[in-house]
Design a protein around this ligand. Structure first.
Ligand code: URA
Length: 236
């Protein structure tokens, strides 16, 4: 791969813009030597305005999604890409959310440019566990564990019952829900089917990977190999 293509694929600019940047001396190696278009040292030795380059493909990160951000690139309102470096939205292959969270759902969201990994996590057959913390409008009735765990709950407008889901009451109006699938608005619709209403929803874990306590809302960090192993650590 050529230097121009590499930088353009990482979102540093269009090919023309990147070409101009290289000619202006913005791209150097780690000793500060200006690189020409035909050079391509190892990725970790390349600097852009003195800074190491973003990681190459495959890039996977975790984001602590705040309320009010849409998991889309082209919504007129606030979108998750607003929380990342601007160039991340221009990577090729593109960086996509691994399954979507509703605009008003907060918490752990993975994003990756690795299509195979994305499908491996979200494919129904993967049975990847997702844990949600829900705050309810009304007190729990006491039969949610039975309804959600039955394997017979049919959501409005669907013909296939939900897989058995785990339920744990945490208080009068608070609970954890453990899912092994990801249907549209699933947790909110499950509580609606049980006669309640979710007022706040937060995803706290995917597989065995939990939201780190030091990752504040709106913050993100790269996923490590160990994190990724945890994602697949807890299947059906
Ligand atoms: N279930 C929901 O209802 N919303 C989400 O964002 C995720 C799971």
């Amino acid at each position: 791969m050529k230097l121009v293509k590499l930088l353009a694929n990482l979102g540093y600019g269009s090919r023309k813009e990147v070409q101009r940047l290289i000619r202006s001396g913005a791209v150097t190696d780690d000793s500060g030597r200006v690189l020409g278009e035909s050079e391509l040292p190892p990725h970790e030795r390349i600097r852009f305005h003195g800074e190491p380059l973003d990681p190459p493909f495959p890039l996977t990160l975790m984001l602590n999604k705040p309320d009010g951000y849409t998991c889309s690139a082209d919504d007129p309102g606030a979108v998750i890409y607003d929380l990342l470096p601007e160039r991340f939205a221009h990577r090729n292959p593109g960086l996509n959310p691994v399954g979507r969270l509703d605009k008003d759902t907060t918490g752990l969201l993975l994003m990756t440019d690795d299509g195979k990994l994305l499908h491996k996590i979200i494919h129904p057959k993967s049975g990847c566990l997702k844990i949600y913390h829900a705050v309810l409008d009304r007190p729990l009735s006491g039969n949610e564990a039975e309804i959600f765990g039955s394997g017979e709950l049919l959501l409005n407008g669907e013909i296939k019952p939900l897989l058995p889901a785990g339920f744990e009451a945490l208080g009068d109006k608070e609970a954890l829900v453990r899912l092994h699938e990801g249907r549209y608005h699933q947790v909110r619709r499950m509580f609606a089917a049980a006669g309640n209403h979710v007022t706040a929803l937060r995803r706290i874990a995917i597989g065995g990977l939990t939201l780190p306590a030091d990752l504040a809302e709106g913050e993100w960090r790269m996923l490590t190999r160990a994190d990724l192993a945890l994602v697949f650590a807890s299947r059906m």
